[in-house]
Write a new protein. Sequence first.
Length: 152
Amino acid sequence: MKIDDLDKRILNHLSSDSSIGLRELAQLLNVSFVTVRNRIKKLEDDGIITKYSARVDFNRLDYGVHVIIEVRIQKGKLLELEKKIANSPNVYALYDVTGDFDAVVIAKFQSTRVMDSFLKKIQTFDFVERTNTVLVLNTIKEDQVRIEMKKE
């Protein structure tokens, strides 16, 4: 689907604040409420907008242990890893990647003890050859990607 600058502006506003009202969004974009409603409906129908969510400050909920776990997996076993850990409540991203490792897991935990238990569980899977865990010390930026507008 081809989207124009108005669609991009709508997506950028919704990405930063999905709770914004349609009337307020229409005013910000200087278009009618009906235009915004129709554009959003089309973006949803076309599968570009897949869901709306709140941004949660997990540090305030004591999820201060943020890790990036690289996993080397036996050939052809990525789907098994996905089935076993993708639904873990601590995992918020799982990527199939190139390089020295086959997958990257990004997760947040309330303590190093809980993280250690999770890592030990992963390492018991027969198809996991090796893991490398990186502890995130500080988050410099963690945000939605902004959609670029046409340069004039």
